[in-house]
Design a protein around this ligand. Structure first.
Ligand code: FES
Length: 190
C-alpha cells in the first residue's frame, strides 16, 4: 500500500498573484454591487422675465443662473470666463442689480427679472454703450465685453434713469479692475 504523502503548503509567485487578484476583485466589486444607482438630480421649474420676455425653464437644482441662460434659455451673449466670480464676464442684471451669474443658482430666482447683454439693444438699435465700445474700439479680445457693457451700464446709469448719453465713457477713468482682470492686457496694467 502506497504511503500517502502530504505535501507541505507552498506559495509560489504565480499562486500568490492569482490569489491577490481574486481577493482584490472581491474587495473592489463588493461595495459597487452593494451601492444603489445614484439618484437622479432634482429638477425645478423656474419662471423668469428675461429681457422682458416671460419664460419658464426646467433646470437641475444645481444649475447656475449663467448655465441656465446659456444652455437652457439659449442666450449665449453672457460669457463663462472663470466660473468662480473673479472675472465678471458673466455679469447680468438681476432685478436691476448686477450679479455674477456664475455664482448664483437659477432656482433661487423664480419670478426675477433678468437683463442680459441681448436685452440692452432695442431691436436693431444698439444700446449707446454697445455703440460706444464699437466707436472706441474697446474690445480687447472681446470675450468678456458683454459683461463689461452690462457692468458699465450699472455704473454709469444714474438711479433715476437719465439720458442714455455715453459721453462719460470718453472722459471717465475706466474702472481699472475691468482691464486688469483681462488676460489680453500686458501685465503692467493694473
Ligand atoms: S465667469 Fe468669471 S465671474 Fe462669472
Amino acid at each position: 500500500m502506497a504511503e500517502e504523502v502530504t505535501k507541505p503548503f507552498t506559495l509560489t509567485r504565480r499562486s500568490f498573484v492569482g490569489a491577490s487578484a481574486v481577493v482584490g476583485g472581491i474587495a473592489v466589486a463588493g461595495p459597487l454591487v452593494a451601492c444603489s444607482a445614484p439618484e437622479p438630480a432634482a429638477e425645478a421649474s423656474v419662471t423668469l422675465t428675461i429681457n422682458g420676455e416671460k419664460r419658464t425653464v426646467a433646470v437641475d437644482n444645481r444649475t447656475s443662473l449663467l448655465d441656465m441662460l446659456r444652455e437652457r434659455a439659449g442666450l449665449t451673449g453672457t460669457k463663462k470666463g472663470c466660473n468662480q466670480g473673479a472675472c465678471g464676464a458673466c455679469t447680468v442684471l438681476l432685478n436691476g442689480r448686477r450679479v455674477n451669474s456664475c455664482l448664483t443658482l437659477a432656482v433661487m430666482h423664480d419670478g426675477a427679472e433678468i437683463t442680459t447683454i441681448e436685452g440692452l439693444a432695442k431691436g436693431d438699435q444698439l444700446h449707446p454703450l454697445q455703440q460706444a465700445f464699437i466707436d472706441q474700439d474697446a474690445f480687447q479680445c472681446g470675450y468678456c465685453t458683454p459683461g463689461q457693457i452690462v457692468l458699465t451700464d450699472t455704473i454709469l446709469a444714474p438711479p433715476a434713469a437719465a439720458s442714455a448719453s455715453c459721453s462719460p465713457i470718453a472722459s471717465a477713468k475706466w474702472p481699472r479692475w475691468l482691464v486688469a482682470n483681462c488676460n489680453s492686457q500686458p501685465s503692467g496694467v493694473s
